[in-house]
Write a protein that binds this ligand. Structure first.
Ligand code: AHG
Ligand code: MN
Ligand code: MN
Length: 346
């Protein structure tokens, strides 16, 4: 019989209720939204588990706004999230990686619907067909003017990341994990398929201040700028005092690489390069939510110069370079990118 400390049983709904109690003016919309979201994630997780037995592997015939070929699971996850989240009456608009434009949600009482949500329905598409961890990334904002009767506009969707009301992700890996923050720390839940619940497994996760792991696509080395090349060269140079050489880890699903970075520390980097001068990842539904999670755990997230959460996006699908992880590692990388690190002056 497995040992279980019953005094430690906390479901995600218990936890969200407790978070809501921190906000005396809460209307229940946030709780309703999170319930809809975790339902969508349970549906996606169930189908990911059966991938290959059902018809969700492989490509569709279409390409998305980014010119990438859309996989069946990208579209399926997008449809599940949109259907589930549109029903509750808590949202007035949403935006997704897989939709060119924001989507208005027709709610009977528009005044009541004060939230907008943005998501990457399936992150790590290239890993779907080979049974490697993938995920869903989301962030939630309050409308700029929560009292208005007017339809929401794109301005409600492209608010700077520091305005996020909540952010997080689901990971479909060796277990299904849900991570979220409302600005009061980062909490992790593990899905127990035998009871159909997400159970709290780590509260207030803290990322180490420095750790010997780096994560980037080194195949692009020759496209990087000089400062960044020198930083990655430096990480590989042995030096016992600073824990080098660092260990390289790159899954190719940002959400999974960043989840590992959250737990183990170190640095995740998707910089600009000559082919992608603005980086690859999208600010609104990839970089911002992941940056909020990392900052809430005590780490740092930047575009190489500025804090990600202070960037004011101009478009829904805007890209950004993304460097995040343990504070000391990110600061060191930024110094190299400015050409200021002592080891560059030798
Ligand atoms: P998505 O599957 O949502 O399009 O995102 C893929 C992203 C990200 O998850 C990953 O880190 C990155 O693409 C990998 O890109 P490279 O193959 O260029 O390394
Ligand atoms: Mn993605
Ligand atoms: Mn995606």
């Amino acid at each position: 019989m497995p040992q279980l400390n019953v005094s430690k049983i906390t479901t995600i709904s218990h936890h969200i209720d407790a978070e809501q109690a921190l906000h005396p003016k809460a209307t229940g919309d946030f709780t309703g939204l999170m319930n809809d979201l975790t339902l969508a994630i349970r549906i996606i997780a169930r189908d990911v588990r059966r991938a290959g037995l059902n018809d969700i592997l492989g490509l569709t015939k279409s390409t998305n706004v980014h010119g990438e070929q859309v996989r069946k699971l990208d579209l399926y996850a997008n449809d599940v999230l949109k259907a589930t989240l549109s029903k509750g009456g808590h949202l007035c608009a949403l935006a997704s990686e897989e939709d060119d434009e924001m989507v208005l949600i027709d709610v009977a009482n528009k005044k009541k619907a004060k939230y907008v949500i943005v998501f990457d329905p399936l992150d790590g598409s290239s890993n779907i067909d080979v049974n490697v961890t993938i995920g869903t990334i989301f962030s939630l904002y309050k409308r700029i003017d929560a009292q208005t009767d007017e339809c929401p506009t794109e301005a409600d969707i492209i608010q700077p990341g520091y305005k996020q009301a909540a952010a997080g992700y689901a990971l479909y890996g060796s277990s299904t994990i849900f991570a979220y923050t409302t600005g009061h720390g980062v909490h992790l839940f593990t899905f127990d398929p035998t009871i159909g619940e997400f159970m709290l497994t780590k509260e207030n996760v803290r990322i180490p201040q420095k750790a010997p792991y780096y994560s980037c696509n080194e195949g692009y080395y020759n496209r990087w700028d000089e400062g960044f090349k020198q930083y990655v060269d430096y990480l590989k140079m042995p030096d016992e005092d600073s824990g080098r050489p660092y260990t390289s880890r790159y899954i190719g699903s940002a959400v999974a690489d960043i989840h590992r970075t959250l737990l183990k520390g170190g640095i995740y980097m998707y910089p600009a390069d000559t082919k992608s001068p603005n980086g690859k990842l999208r600010i609104v539904y990839e970089a911002n939510p992941l940056a909020m999670i990392i900052e809430q755990a005590g780490g740092r997230a930047s575009d190489g110069k500025n804090r990600i959460l202070e960037i004011k996006p101009e478009k829904i699908h805007q890209r950004t370079p993304l460097i995040l992880g343990s504070k000391e590692d990110v600061f060191e990388c930024e110094m190299f990118m400015r050409g200021e690190h002592p080891s560059q002056k030798k």
